[in-house]
Write a protein that binds this ligand. Structure first.
Ligand code: PMP
Length: 465
């Protein structure tokens, strides 16, 4: 850590934080007897806190964001040059980085054509929801307005995004929610036994889980369902890689009932799973793709709602109607730092071949996590795609009884004592908050991964003996 801040300065920072900052997702009572963690500096895969302690960040900024790692001077330079030239102008006008990043992004997304800028994942999802609602009014007299979402998925923190939220920990006590959002069953094969569909696995399970979506559509009435919103690989809800055949069947169902397909790539987008976007593993053709975290790796706030031309055309076809355009704005969607950073972020991923590294290191890490099963009976399943991985803990491998939240959290804390930061899922379904999460930066090396897995190995040994 550099020496520009004295220990006195840092003590003041801690006191100011304790007195005035309301942290995200934190129960503050603990800070009556302990200090909050202040992250002071980051470089590559590592961060330093106020005590000078170095930690290997295996979750890219806690929430899977800093995809290209900390301390990227070329991104900082791109942002600063752009800010001196023009920091902001509302999105009704264009900007140089806005146009150039849109061009580069669309080049990675065959079939898609338009980028709508905003500044958080929740907001990007809200844009898609509003587009779906407006299309319903324009084409179907308002009737085809329902938006389907899946159990265990998450789409953001605002009230409409939570209305499409399938996680009880995020949703409980924040209702009433917006009407017109309807849940479909999850597709976690490891938990198929809880779903009452018998003993299915592989493609048979994938078909069944997708057929369950069709059943909901038929129950609600296909003429009332406008869109289906899904994460390509569910993140905080359990690191759920969809089963074989699932996505192909989902696409078929959407086409059959003229339902728009909205894929939430806020976590998987821009490299996390080894392809530019998670959906690209499955050959699906979405109508909306939303993204945020990895777009500029957290160097600037930027989110995008990307659509295909079919959607875009609906908002420009009849210019004589003064209401026929997308009547929406995002003030900070006009900040130029976001696309300037995003352009450089994408260049780094290409030049440093980080998609390839993600695929290779992801396979290696999955193998290492799977190997932990031989040593620790509590590891029920290791799963993931690219450098987005989870290890689900159980009390009994045969019954798959989920490990309790407290002991899962104890593992996370023990890992941290060993100098590594990992995460855990949230309570998506009551009784299930038992999956350790890993999302190291896409620059991770074998040595980094060994350090992470060794820490988990040691922590499991300490917590469970
Ligand atoms: N979608 C997914 C899949 C997410 O994981 C998140 C954030 N964790 C969001 C949307 C919301 O993004 P934001 O916090 O930027 O609003």
């Amino acid at each position: 850590m550099d020496g520009t801040l004295t220990q006195n300065d840092l003590s003041h920072v801690v006191e100011a934080d304790k007195a005035h900052v309301w942290h995200h997702l934190v129960q503050h009572k603990q800070f009556e007897t302990s200090d909050p963690k202040i992250i002071v500096e980051g470089k590559g895969m590592r961060v330093w806190d106020q005590t000078g302690r170095e930690q290997l960040d295996a979750v890219s900024g806690a929430v899977w964001t800093v995809n290209v790692g900390y301390g990227r001077k070329s991104i900082v330079d791109a942002i600063s040059e752009q800010l001196m030239k023009l920091n902001y102008y509302a999105g009704a006008a264009g900007s140089i980085p806005g146009a150039l990043f849109a061009e580069k992004l669309i080049d990675k997304m065959p079939g898609m054509s338009r980028v709508y800028y905003c500044n958080s994942g929740s907001e990007a999802n809200e844009k898609a929801f509003k587009m779906v609602r407006q299309i319903a009014h324009k084409r179907y007299g308002g009737k085809k307005h329902k938006i389907l979402y899946r159990e265990r998925d998450y789409h953001g923190t605002t009230i409409a995004a939570l209305s499409a939220g399938g996680q009880e920990e995020r949703n409980a006590q924040y209702g009433p929610f917006a009407p017109g959002f309807v849940s479909v069953p999850h597709c976690l094969e490891y938990r198929a036994g809880d779903q009452g569909w018998g003993d299915l696995s592989g493609e048979a399970y994938g078909q069944r889980a997708a057929d369950a979506i069709e059943e909901v559509i038929l129950r609600e009435g296909p003429d009332t369902v406008g869109a289906l919103c899904l994460e390509p690989v569910t993140a905080g809800g359990g690191v759920i890689v969809p089963p074989a055949g699932y996505w192909q069947r989902v696409q078929e169902i959407c086409r059959k009932y003229d339902i728009l397909l909205h894929i939430d790539e806020v976590v998987c987008g821009v490299g996390r799973t080894g392809t530019w976007f998670g959906y690209q593993h499955y050959g699906v053709e979405p109508d909306f793709v939303t993204m945020a975290k990895g777009v500029a790796s957290g160097y600037a706030a930027i989110a995008c709602c990307v659509t295909n031309e079919r959607v875009f055309d609906l908002f420009k076809d009849d210019a004589s109607d003064p209401m026929n355009y997308f009547r929406d704005i995002s003030t900070f969607g006009g900040c130029t730092a976001g696309p300037a950073a995003a352009l450089e972020n994408m260049r780094i991923i290409e030049d440093e071949k980080l998609l390839e590294n993600t695929t290779n290191m992801g396979e290696y890490m999955l193998g290492q996590l799977e190997a932990l099963k031989d040593k620790h009976a509590v590891v029920g399943e290791a799963r993931g795609k690219g450098l987005f991985l989870g290890a689900e803990l159980v009390t009994d491998r045969t019954t798959r009884e989920p490990m309790d939240e407290k002991r899962t959290a104890a593992v996370v804390a023990e890992v941290n004592k060993r100098g590594v930061i990992i995460g855990m899922t949230n309570r998506s379904i009551p009784g299930y908050n038992n999956t350790l999460c890993f999302a190291p930066a896409l620059i991770a090396t074998k040595d980094d991964i060994d350090q992470i897995v060794e820490a988990v190995d040691g922590a499991l040994g300490t917590v469970f003996g």
